[in-house]
Write a new protein. Structure first.
Length: 256
């Protein structure tokens, strides 16, 4: 990975107002991830995620923020460490599931390469589509920059370096990959609904009347981030939305 690219951070994400990025990126990413029956089954086996939606939102947002900040993925930097923690968490959950009766023949390898690839798309394509619905769209150059940066995150998360994600350079190619990956999983099941139920409840209460002005979408449509009306990263740094610090050890939900 080019050190200059890492030093600049994930420019496309940083060009979007933190309010809109957090509102669109994290919930949409997690909800689509939970749509996979295998992932939902694995997560519900921990017995705690259904009551931890706010904490999961904060911790996932903290990781995403650390990983996309300028210099965040430099070796030893907070984003680099946080991403390594996510990879280790996946390994521990995989090992724990296989030791406690996970039927790989029926449900596949827990947190497989396909699962990680779907999750990777949930933090690139999925939030971008949510932002586009609000009129905040990325230019072709911004899309190329986005996926180039996240190629390195994919590598750190454990996707094989020569795997299919390297061919993803924009939303069109990402959409094609996600379609292929989604063909390998079944439809959302009861575990998926259990995991996403807290998000539906939270959505109904997350936009109180006193904040209606903030909760309305931007007026512009079909515009790039530069013309979306959203403050730039220099006027509204994404750090205002996340308390950047290393993820706590308690983030591992596979204990026990």
């Amino acid at each position: 990975m080019d050190p200059d690219t890492v030093g600049c951070g994930e420019v496309a994400a940083l060009s979007v107002s933190p309010f809109w990025y957090v509102l669109c990126a994290i919930p949409s990413a997690l909800v689509h991830t939970y749509a996979s029956p295998a992932i939902a089954r694995l997560l519900t086996q921990t017995g705690r995620l259904t009551t931890m939606a706010p904490r999961r939102l904060a911790e996932t947002g903290m990781w995403a923020g650390q990983a996309t900040m300028p210099g965040g993925l430099l070796r030893g930097a907070p984003g680099y460490q946080a991403t390594a923690q996510v990879r280790l968490l996946h390994a521990r959950m995989r090992s724990s599931a296989l030791k406690h009766g996970w039927d790989a023949a029926e449900w596949g390898v827990p947190i497989s390469q396909v699962d990680v690839a779907r999750t990777w798309l949930d933090f690139t394509l999925t939030p971008s589509q949510a932002l586009a619905a609000l009129g905040i769209e990325l230019t072709q150059a911004e899309q190329n920059s986005l996926y180039q940066y996240w190629h390195y995150i994919a590598y750190l998360l454990g996707l094989e370096d020569n795997s299919f994600y390297r061919d993803v350079t924009d939303h069109d190619s990402a959409q094609k990959l996600r379609h292929l990956l989604d063909l390998t999983i079944g439809p959302p099941d009861e575990n998926s609904r259990t995991l996403t139920a807290p998000w539906s409840a939270r959505r109904r209460t997350s936009c109180p009347r006193r904040r209606n002005r903030l909760c309305r979408a931007p007026n512009s449509a079909n515009s790039s981030t530069a013309s979306s009306g959203a403050p730039s990263a220099t006027t509204a740094p994404i750090s205002s939305a996340f308390p950047f610090r290393p993820l706590p050890p308690s983030w591992d939900d596979s204990a026990g």
